[in-house]
Each structure stands twice: as structure tokens, then as C-alpha cells.
Design a protein around this ligand. Sequence first.
Ligand SMILES: C[S@@+](CC[C@H](N)C(=O)[O-])C[C@H]1O[C@@H](n2cnc3c(N)ncnc32)[C@H](O)[C@@H]1O
Ligand SMILES: Nc1nc2[nH]cc(C(=O)O)c2c(=O)[nH]1
Ligand code: SF4
Ligand SMILES: [Mg+2]
Length: 245
Amino acid sequence: MNQMEPPSIRVSEIFGPTIQGEGVLIGLPTVFVRTGGCDYRCSWCDSLHAVDNRFRSDWQAMTVEQIWDQVRALSGGEPLTVSLSGGNPAIQPLGELIEFGHREGYRFALETQGSVARDWFSTLDTLVLSPKPPSSQMSTDWARFEACLAAAQGRPLTVLKLAVFDDEDYAYAKDAAARYPHLPIYLQPGNHTPPSPDTDDVIIDITGVMRRMDWLVNKVTHDRWFEARVLPQLHVLLWGNTRGV
Ligand SMILES: C[S@@+](CC[C@H](N)C(=O)[O-])C[C@H]1O[C@@H](n2cnc3c(N)ncnc32)[C@H](O)[C@@H]1O
Ligand SMILES: Nc1nc2[nH]cc(C(=O)O)c2c(=O)[nH]1
Ligand code: SF4
Ligand SMILES: [Mg+2]
């Protein structure tokens, strides 16, 4: 890339407004900017179209202005919270985009697994750190995770959000909560996505999700873990794993 060109951001999709379906901002109208590319590959990732290199040709290198034109159009110019997800959005240079949007009164929430720290985390309004439990087949580098917390400098509202599929994941979630007792923690039952991300309208095993939700509620109440918040992925209950909602 020419040195004079503005840095470009790799984008998988921009969509909305919809509602944030997960965690601390659940129910809040939002526009999603989903970046392409991830340093992880979780066994159960529900967004493989933004992770798997097979989909790389669908990702677009965009400037801040190009992204912002779309966000502004989708939101009708009315400031809202922009959700930055992926893939791992921390891989992309998003600092300028956040600055740009803040000037127009927009707010920004970022979802990341906590493997890559960026200075601009401190400029976010909400930072959702989602370390990956054993069922993902990924392993957590807690030093890198802590670098993310340090980069945030305590400025954004910072929370933990974990997908939980089984007992081992639950134990991992309890360990994460014990490491960071000052951070609110959100647990969400995992959904088993069929392995191929090629089709848009994947049928989700809603009965399985609800059974896992019920199991999770029983776990936290039995353990008297009264700080944990248990929430389903509301968008998955409403629309399955359909893209763009
Ligand atoms: C698709 S990821 C993208 C952002 C970032 N890479 C991360 O993992 O936090 C967004 C959120 O979806 C969650 N997630 C992904 N696949 C899931 C599944 N099958 N069931 C439940 N949650 C899932 C992740 O744990 C994460 O909290
Ligand atoms: N409505 C809605 N809420 C979400 N919360 C986290 C999502 C994600 O894939 O990062 C997501 C998503 O894709 N759609
Ligand atoms: S870290 Fe997030 S985007 Fe990357 S593979 Fe795991 S769930 Fe998917
Ligand atoms: Mg999703």
C-alpha cells in the first residue's frame, strides 16, 4: 500500500439497525460493522464467514469514510451504538473510525476474545472481552488478555462474556470470574452451528439452546453464583444464525 493512502479496514459485512442480541447491551438498537479475519478458529464459531480464509474474497478493504457512509445511511444519521465485531476486530486499525463517529455523537462497543491489545481500546464506550473456554479448542493467553484490560485504562464499560457449552466451560468461566472479580460477567449458552457456513439460513437447534440455558441457570443458582448474569443470544432465538441481523 502507498504510504500516503489512508489505512484500510477489512470488512466482512455492515448491517442494521438491529438489536444487540448478547450481553450487557442486549436489546439496544445497533448497527454492526463486522470485520474479516481472526487469529482464532473456535470449533463452534457462529461467524465463520468472517473468519475462514475461504471467504476472504467476500471481505472488502474499506476506508473510514466508506464505512461511515454506510453506518450513517443505515442509522438515518441518528447517533446510535455501533457494534464492532468479527472475526477479531482488534486486528483492524479501528481507532480513526471510532474518533470519526464520536465526533457525530455515535458510541462504540467492541467484541473481542482478548488476544490482541490496541491503544484505541481506551476510546471505546463498551469493551466486551470474550475469552474462549475449552470446548472452543483454543487456549487463552492470560498475559495477552491482561494487556487488553491495561490498554482500556478503565475507561470503557468493560465486561466479560462467555459462551458455555459444558461443565468444563462452566469451570473455566468461574476461573475467569475469579481472576477479574471487578468485571461484570455474562454467560450465554452455546449454540451448535452446522459446520458449513455456506448457507445463510442455517437451522439452529433451539431446543438444545434452551436446554443449555436451563442447565446454566441451574448451575449458577445451585452454586449461589449470584454475580453471574445468564442470557441467551436473543438474535439466535429470534432469527437463528441468519446473517445480517
Ligand atoms: C462471533 S464472535 C466475534 C468477536 C470475537 N472474535 C469474539 O469471539 O469475541 C462474537 C461473540 O459470539 C460468541 N459466539 C460465537 N460462536 C458462538 C456459538 N456457537 N454459541 C454461542 N456464542 C458464540 C463469541 O463467544 C463472542 O462472544
Ligand atoms: N443481533 C446480533 N447481536 C449480536 N451480538 C453479537 C453478535 C456477533 O456476531 O458478534 C451479534 C450478531 O451477529 N447479531
Ligand atoms: S474468536 Fe470469535 S470470531 Fe474468532 S473464531 Fe472464535 S468466536 Fe469466531
Ligand atoms: Mg453472532
